[in-house]
Structures are given as structure tokens and as C-alpha cells.
Design a binder for this molecule. Structure first.
Ligand code: ATP
Ligand code: MG
Length: 447
């Protein structure tokens, strides 16, 4: 494992001052897995004041209460935390107090999983008191110590465990797995933001679908809306899987991307609520995208997601069942409504939705290939689908005597004509249609 130079320098500085210093946690785990670590955390025997003393103005007291000093380096900040043991836990959340210790092994013992409880120093020595390396070699995720106790101390570890299983492809050791199920209700005490962080690292994971399939009741603690999907028989010959199994297959078929995975998880969440049976005993889900949209919006708000993220996901959910556009005009209309990025996402959503159905239905992919082909062609020829591409702008209309909201309405109407192909995107041609645009005040149907 090559420790980055700036991190090496931090370790050296601490050691030269007579302290112990190790890289610890996720970076050691990721390096052993051959993955490049996101951040390099350092743990040290130095007390926080000693760390501050050693680094002088380079050190910032960002979390002294927990023993953390952030060291500024040219390549970015490095967190240096004093060896620590946790005090008593309250409400399945963070410890009430922490105490510093001079023992690395005690610090490692407070960490959640064996794979996360290893340290490595400048000379490449590995400290691994709980067999994390062997567990990783065998592809196993296991709690440090008694799993029930560890999950009762801090229920977020339940979700972290599922996250590591999904993202790193680890198998959860049976004792740890049953403790995850037994202690799941503790998640109800965890702040939405912390749940969101772990859950959103889980969803893009390569084994996210397997983990969701294995532990729906755990995710149901914060998203109970998922649970009616489990085992919900669609009673329709187009659907050989129940709603949950279809959802998971569609999710697995989508790219390892958070927005798309979130849209796939939620696209049919409104199906159980929209179910009807016809006289032939065939199941239907009329209007389910709108119901899914409402539920998805509520669920994402509960997790305190960023507004932009939430809006993108619910839009994909709302649009997922619309017909695949296959003409220049319908693709231009879709581009106008969604923009390029979200239309490309919608195509991926529709691909995944289709791949989540029985293989006999997969020839739908060809229609999506066609839609993508037309989209690429239109973009290559710089087709107009937004106001900023329109050959006239607000100033042109003001100059012609329009004012106020009429300007925006007229521009939208002109854009509608260009998108529909009834007028070319040329200044002269557009201005010629204007008297009519003014007369109708932009109220004419444009879509
Ligand atoms: P990532 O790759 O996402 O950064 P990570 O394992 O490094 O994963 P962090 O949140 O950065 O996760 O935490 C760093 C280390 O701190 C972990 O590897 C683990 O040793 C310890 N840790 C973090 N959260 C907990 C927790 N809730 N309980 C016990 N130990 C924890
Ligand atoms: Mg980390």
C-alpha cells in the first residue's frame, strides 16, 4: 500500500516528536482491497494539544472534543485523531463522552467492523487485532465484538454494515446478519442526515439489489413505504415478478449511479396503492407513476435530501412509464421538457425498467436504442429545444412592443412551434409569426 506523501509527512512529523502515528480505518481497508481510498485518516498516541503543538499553524482544532485535529497539507486536509475509547452510549446514538487512551488496540476495539479496525504505519506494519485482513480475504463483514451490543450502542452501524456489503461486495457474517435484523428498530433513533449518508453510499453499490432483497425490513424502518411492494403479486402476464422483485431487478440493471438507483428503487412504489383487478382477474396499476411520485417525494423529504436531487428523482419516477419517444418531434418535445441530461437518464430508467421484466420483453431495448440514436442525431445537428437556443430573444419582442408576461409567453409559443417543426428556428421566420403570437397572448396550446 502506497501511503500518499502528504499523509506520510504527517505520520513522520508525529513520530519525530516521539508519538505513535498510524493510518487507520477505511483507508487501510480500501488499500487491502486494491481500491483507492477516499480519505486517509490518521490516529495517534499524541493528546490533541500535543498534536496542535507539533503542527503549529498547520493544525486546526476542528473536533477537539473528539480528539480530532485537521492538518492542512498542500494536497488537502488530513484528520488526525487521538487514540480514543467511547464512553456510555445513549439512545442507540453516539457516545455521551469519549476518553483518550495511549493504546492503539483500545482505539481499534471501538471501531465497527473488523475490516475497519486495522491500522498501518510508515514502515508498512499492519495492526489487526480482530482478524480484519483474514475476513477481507474471505470477503466477510463482521462486527468487532458482540454484534448485538455494537448495534445497540450505535444503530447507524446497521446501515453502515449493509452499505459495506453492497459497495464492497462483502458477505455479512451470520451472527452479524441476525443482529442487524434483531436490532433494526434502533435506526428509528438515528438522524435522517446520517441515514441518508450511508443509504446513499449503499444504493450505487454493485451488490445493492442483493442487500435490499436480503433486508427489506431494515430499510422499512425509515422507508416503510417500500414494504407493501415485497411479495405484491401483479396478476398480469406481462409481469412475471412481484413488484419488489421487479424493482430489485430493474435497480440491478441500472448503472451504479445514485440518481438512477434511487429512481429505480422508487419508480413503482405507488403500485400497491394503485392496484385494481378487472373482470378477467387481470391486475392493473392505472396512474401508478403519479402515486409513486407522491410517495417518492415524501420519502426523499423525510431523508432530508437536497431539493435538486429530490426533484430530479421524482421527475424520473413520474416519467418512467410514458411511451418511448421515437420521432424527431417527440424527442425534441421531451428535450424541451427534461433537458438533455434528464432525458438521457430517463432512457436509462426505461432500459432498466424493461430489463427488470421477463427476458421475453427485452426487445423493447431496440426501441430505446432508436430513441437514443435520434437524440444523438438531434443534438449533433444542434436542434433547438430551449429558449436560449431560440433565434429570437426577449429584446426582439420588447422592440416590437410586447411587454410584461406577454414576452415570456410569446417566446414559449415560438419555441413550441420550432420544437414541433412548424416554423424553422430562423429569426425572420419567427418574427413573421409574431402578430399572431401577440394576438393569442401566448395562450395557444403549444405542446
Ligand atoms: P468511507 O470509505 O466511506 O470513508 P469509512 O469506513 O472510512 O468509509 P468513515 O465514516 O470515514 O467510514 O469512518 C472512518 C472510520 O471510523 C471507519 O473505518 C471506522 O473504523 C470508524 N467508524 C466510523 N463510524 C463508526 C461508527 N458509527 N461506529 C464505529 N466506528 C466507526
Ligand atoms: Mg473514511
Amino acid at each position: 500500500m502506497e501511503i500518499p506523501e502528504n499523509v506520510q509527512a504527517v505520520l513522520k512529523t508525529l513520530e519525530s516528536a516521539g508519538h505513535e502515528a498510524w493510518c487507520v480505518g477505511g483507508c487501510v481497508r480500501d488499500a487491502l482491497l486494491g481500491r483507492s481510498p477516499g480519505d486517509w485518516d490518521v490516529t495517534t498516541s499524541a493528546q490533541p494539544e500535543e498534536t496542535l503543538g507539533v503542527f503549529g499553524p498547520q493544525g486546526l482544532p476542528t473536533g477537539l472534543r473528539h480528539g480530532t485535529v485537521t492538518v492542512k497539507t498542500p494536497e488537502g486536509p488530513v484528520e488526525v485523531t487521538t487514540y480514543r475509547v467511547d464512553g456510555a452510549y445513549r439512545d442507540h446514538r453516539r457516545p455521551e463522552s469519549v476518553a483518550f487512551t495511549r493504546s492503539l488496540d483500545e482505539d481499534l476495539a471501538r471501531r465497527d467492523f473488523t475490516a475497519n479496525a486495522m491500522a498501518r504505519n510508515l514502515r508498512g506494519e499492519l495492526r489487526d487485532p480482530f482478524g480484519g485482513r483474514e475476513d477481507l480475504r474471505r470477503g466477510i463483514l463482521r462486527c468487532v465484538g458482540d454484534p448485538d451490543r455494537r448495534f445497540q450502542e450505535d444503530a447507524l452501524r446497521i446501515l453502515r454494515g449493509l452499505r459495506f456489503a453492497a459497495a464492497l461486495g462483502l458477505e455479512i457474517e451470520p451472527g452479524t446478519a441476525s443482529a442487524i435484523r434483531r436490532n433494526r428498530e434502533g435506526l428509528a433513533d438515528i438522524a435522517a442526515e446520517r441515514i441518508q449518508t450511508e443509504f446513499f453510499k449503499l444504493l450505487p453499490g454493485k451488490r445493492a439489489a442483493e442487500v435490499l432483497r436480503g433486508y427489506p425490513e431494515v430499510f422499512g424502518v425509515f422507508w416503510p413505504e417500500l414494504l407493501p411492494m415485497v411479495g405484491f403479486d401483479q396478476r398480469n402476464r406481462h409481469h412475471c415478478y412481484d413488484v419488489w422483485e421487479h424493482t430489485l431487478r430493474a435497480l440491478a440493471a441500472s448503472p451504479e449511479d445514485l440518481v438512477l438507483r434511487c429512481a429505480m428503487l422508487l419508480h413503482d412504489v405507488g403500485k400497491p396503492d394503485s392496484f385494481t383487478l378487472d373482470e378477467q382477474g387481470v391486475g392493473h396499476f392505472y396512474g401508478h407513476p403519479a402515486v409513486s411520485r407522491e410517495l417518492a417525494d415524501r420519502m426523499l423529504r423525510r431523508l432530508k435530501c437536497a431539493a435538486g436531487f429530490r426533484e430530479t428523482v421524482v421527475r424520473l419516477v413520474e416519467w418512467h412509464d410514458k411511451d418511448i419517444p421515437r420521432t424527431d418531434k417527440s424527442i425534441r418535445r421531451a428535450l424541451r421538457a427534461l433537458g438533455e441530461e434528464d432525458l438521457r437518464r430517463l432512457i436509462l430508467v426505461k432500459r432498466a425498467d424493461n430489463l427488470g421484466q421477463a427476458p421475453a420483453c427485452w426487445d423493447r431495448q431496440k426501441e430505446l436504442d432508436k430513441a437514443e440514436e435520434i437524440l444523438d442525431k438531434l443534438l449533433a445537428e444542434d436542434a433547438c429545444f430551449s429558449l436560449k437556443q431560440l433565434a429570437v430573444n426577449g429584446r426582439d419582442l420588447l422592440a416590437l412592443g410586447l411587454s410584461g408576461p406577454a414576452v415570456g409567453a410569446a417566446l414559449e409559443e415560438l419555441l413550441g412551434k420550432v420544437v414541433d417543426g412548424t416554423v424553422p428556428n430562423e429569426r425572420e421566420a419567427l418574427l413573421e409569426t409574431l402578430p399572431r403570437a401577440c394576438r393569442t397572448g401566448g395562450e395557444e396550446e403549444v405542446t
